[in-house]
Design a protein around this ligand. Sequence first.
Ligand code: UDP
Length: 194
Amino acid sequence: HEKLNVVGIPIDNLKREKFLNLVYQELEQKQKNIFIVTANPEIIMNAKKSSSYREALLQADFIIPDGTGIIKASNILGHPLQEKITGYDLVHTFLSYASENRKSVYFYGAKEGIAVEAITKAKELYPNLQVAGTKNGYAGLGKEVAEEIASAKPDFVFVGLGAPLQEKWIASYRHLFPHSVLMGVGGSFDVLSG
Ligand code: UDP
């Protein structure tokens, strides 16, 4: 499918349904993991400043336009993106899919206690949700934590460490998650828990 280059970052130009079908297909086939970035203007500007962050982003399988800023930029560039897919909406869409398809989820990030509260809310909304685990985002960001999360074999790994930490973390440790969908979710656990 087509990609639009926004300051050096290739944004996928996909309709929401098409994107979701591609992700679910990969998830069911269990051939590889899937790294999704929801790119907002903050992420794009970070990538422009930092080459290590840009390299992490370029490892993503999908870079989805999050927010009207990116859509406006694409219009100005004369190459309109088809649809905005916000990160927080996507979290709910994946939680709903997980609940209906017996897929497990892991919430990693935010302050002590927040991910647990967010999971409680998620289970109220999506009763059949299988929880692989939770971990706060201030207990070290290294290999040990990554291995602990991987040992729970989650189908969806939501990483709420904020940009640029979350994308760098996923790029570094995705190899420990051979069949998972991994996605940076910013402050989504704070929103969901509150
Ligand atoms: N965070 C974390 N560990 C850190 C730094 C941040 O878990 O070392 C969490 C923070 O508690 C918050 C999220 O990352 O839940 C970042 O939220 P923010 O609103 O800044 O992210 P955005 O949605 O703007 O990307």
